[in-house]
Design a binder for this molecule. Structure first.
Ligand SMILES: [Zn+2]
Length: 235
């Protein structure tokens, strides 16, 4: 039989229990049971609609997560402060939720709002110029939805949660648009060599252009063009 000497034993004790004694495990059990009830009650209070929807909900969950975990884990953190935190945040949540439901301006501040980034087959530059939107990311998201060019899209929105929603033109309404394929999107032209329909590389405005040294986009005043495509959406 192998006996642990005092030093090894205390090491093992430290690894398993930290600075606590065995009896502390009983406290952990009790604290877990209480916090479990408190968390369930708070989530019920916040309500089904609330859980993990907007920025505000995520923030609430993060704040509650720490308050729920700490008293279970640490001996020197008691139950009552944690419970008070849950009650306070739960109450704040209900008050904010009530105000948000009543005043839409407040909702925009707390939750953010959907940003329209495509309108009638081109980028809605007036609407999102000032915002920090990554075109590459939007392109990638639209490609994942099977969009091959902007001419297929009637309107597209970036939702407050970060996902995009797209409303398409009917097949017969599909027009020429800026291609979203990386291979085509990289072929930027400064000079127009043959008559064809081109899309502004910045805003996606399309126009039939005759050969020209340079040509200015009437929408955004930029001078870089891409060959536009006009295929229907498949699937
Ligand atoms: Zn343009």
């Amino acid at each position: 039989m192998i006996l642990l000497d005092a030093n090894e034993f205390s090491n093992l004790h430290y690894i398993l229990l930290g600075e606590e004694e065995w009896s502390y495990l009983l406290q952990v059990l009790l604290k877990c049971a209480v916090m479990f009830i408190v968390v369930i009650a708070t989530l019920r209070l916040i309500g089904r609609r609330g859980i993990m929807q907007g920025v505000f909900e995520v923030l609430t969950i993060i704040m509650l997560g720490s308050a729920a975990g700490d008293p279970m884990l640490y001996k020197n953190v008691g139950l009552l402060p944690a419970i008070l935190i849950f009650i306070t945040i739960g109450a704040f949540y209900r008050i904010t939720d009530f105000i948000v439901a009543k005043y839409s301006l407040f909702e925009t501040i707390v939750e953010g709002r959907a940003i329209r980034f495509v309108k009638d087959g081109r980028f809605d530059v007036e609407n999102f110029r000032s915002r920090e939107l990554s075109k590459d990311e939007l392109f990638s998201d639209m490609r994942k939805e099977g969009v091959s060019h902007l001419g297929q899209i009637k309107a597209a929105y970036l939702e407050p949660g970060g996902e995009i929603s797209i409303f398409y033109f009917e097949d017969e309404e599909v027009r020429y648009g800026m291609p979203l394929f990386p291979e085509l999107n990289e072929q930027e032209l400064n000079e127009i060599n043959e008559e064809a329909v081109y899309a502004c590389a910045f805003c996606g405005h399309t126009e039939k252009i005759k050969p020209a040294r340079e040509y200015t986009c009437i929408v955004c005043k930029k001078k870089v063009w891409l060959k536009a495509i006009k295929e229907r959406r498949i699937g």
